[in-house]
Each structure stands twice: as structure tokens, then as C-alpha cells.
Ligand binder design. Structure first.
Ligand code: SAM
Length: 248
């Protein structure tokens, strides 16, 4: 089957992705947890260990979706801290907002609709920035990381948590078997055309095909102006943390 991204082209990607997340927002959290079979909790724990955030900090969660990383970092920065969650899907933001409505955590988080590649913030505003499971979805990775580097203060971390391609050939083959053959079945068996023209669970593996390998992505972090780039594979490299620091 042709890769969806080839069909829609680079210009169509942004519209396709936005439409897709607006469509699946209501079921995103459930599907995410089912598909990752309990590993999400472990990946989130690993993410929290590398943010470098301290109580009172102001964190930016780019492409926050339904707000998983925003809520986690809001706990990390404590009651004196703030988190800004930004996403271009108003439906994903609506779910994120609802999940913390009326809670003390909600009071620490501001939700902003905007584009990851053109962040509506001044230079050196935040004490850290994250992007979770979304670098695959932007049409320009370097631009997104450069924007994140621009808006954090010198010495702060920019962290990506993303699906990745395992380095071990056996594990890679097993993961690809699941990812490219089982996951797309969800479109046929569960979604059954409910998402209209978009096919979210066919798009998902297709979005990994051209995504850079772990070391290539760390090079893009450097090109975006980040230094001391660390690559931390999780679950055998099925996902990966990339951490870079904005130089002083
Ligand atoms: C797979 S979801 C990840 C959500 C969340 N970060 C998480 O960890 O669950 C990807 C999110 O990226 C957002 N997104 C993709 N491209 C974007 C862009 N250019 N600007 C802002 N948000 C974007 C989508 O709307 C979607 O909510």
C-alpha cells in the first residue's frame, strides 16, 4: 500500500494531521493506552527524569494533545510553577482542558492553540520545553526544534519523546511486524470509516517510515542549535527520548 504521506504530499500533511486529531480526539487517550500496552507509564516516568524542571519553573509542552506531558510537568513544577500546553487541534485541546477542569492542576496550565513551527512566544520565555509523540507529525522537524530552542532560556532542556526504530534487527523486525501489520487493522476493524477521509492507524506507521533514525534526529537537534544532545532509547528503542540543551 502506498504511504499516505506520499499521497498527500508535504503541503497536505499539516491539514491532514490537524483534521485527523480533531476527528479522533475523543478516543485518543484510550487507543493510546491500549496500543502501548501499559508501557506509556514507564516512558512518562523516564521523560520526567530528563526534563530538568524544578519547582516554580515555567514549562512549554508543544503539540500537547490531550495534555499527558502537560499534566506530568505541571506536577513536577509544583504549585508555584506554570505549564503552557500548545496544540493546533482545538478538539485535542478541548479534551486536555476538560481533564483538569476545576482541579488545582488545571490552575497551573494554560492551553494555547497554535503551530509548533511558529510558536507565539518571545525568545527565552520558558525553563524547558517538551514535545511528545509529535515530531513525526510536523512537516518540518528542524524548524519545530529551532522554535523550541528559541523560546527556552539558555541552559534549559528541549526534550522529545517519540516512537522510534529499534537498532536491534530482531526487535526491529518484531516491532515493525506489529506496527505495520496489526496497528492499521484498527482503521478497518474499529474506526470503519468513522474518521472520514483520514485513516489514523494507517497514517501512524506511515509517519515512522521516513522519520529519522535515532542518531539522525540527534543531528537535527544540533542543527537546531541545541547542545549536549543525549539519546535515550526506551523499551529496546521502540520509543526514544532526545534531550538537548540551549547553550548559555
Ligand atoms: C500523537 S499526538 C501527541 C499528543 C501528546 N503530546 C501526547 O503525548 O499524547 C500529536 C499531537 O500533535 C499535534 N500537532 C501536530 N502537528 C502540530 C503542529 N504543527 N502544531 C501544533 N500541534 C501539532 C496534534 O494536533 C496532536 O495533538
Amino acid at each position: 500500500m502506498a504511504n499516505i504521506l506520499e499521497e498527500i504530499g508535504p503541503e497536505g500533511k499539516e491539514r491532514y494531521v490537524q483534521e485527523m486529531f480533531n476527528t479522533i480526539a475523543g478516543e485518543y487517550d484510550l487507543m493510546n493506552r491500549v496500543m502501548t500496552a501499559g508501557m506509556l507509564r514507564f516512558w512518562h516516568k523516564a521523560f520526567l527524569q530528563v526534563t530538568g524542571l524544578r519547582p516554580g519553573d515555567h514549562h512549554l509542552d508543544v503539540a500537547c494533545g490531550t495534555g499527558d506531558l502537560s499534566r506530568l510537568t505541571a506536577r513536577q513544577v509544583g504549585e508555584r510553577g506554570h505549564v503552557t500546553g500548545l496544540d493546533f487541534s482545538h478538539e485535542m485541546l478541548a479534551v486536555a482542558r476538560k481533564r483538569v477542569e476545576g482541579s488545582p492542576l488545571g490552575a497551573r496550565i494554560a492551553w494555547v492553540q497554535g503551530n509548533a513551527m511558529d510558536l507565539p512566544f518571545d525568545d527565552n520565555t520558558f525553563d524547558g520545553a517538551s514535545i511528545g509523540f509529535a515530531l513525526r507529525n510536523v512537516s518540518d522537524i528542524k524548524k519545530t526544534l529551532s522554535e523550541m530552542a528559541r523560546v527556552v532560556r539558555p541552559g534549559s532542556s528541549v526534550v522529545s519523546l517519540e516512537i522510534s526504530k529499534p537498532q536491534n534487527p530482531v526487535w526491529r523486525a518484531l516491532f515493525f511486524l506489529y506496527f505495520y501489520n496489526i496497528v492499521p487493522l484498527i482503521d478497518r476493524l474499529v474506526m470503519r470509516g468513522r474518521a472520514g477521509r483520514v485513516r489514523p492507524y494507517t497514517y501512524l506507521p506511515h509517519s515512522l517510515t521516513r522519520f529519522p533514525e535515532q542518531q539522525e534526529l540527534s543531528e537535527i537537534f544540533r542543527e537546531a542549535g541545541l547542545r549536549d544532545v543525549r539519546v535515550i532509547p526506551l523499551s529496546g528503542g521502540m520509543t526514544c527520548l532526545h534531550v538537548g540543551t540551549k547553550p548559555q
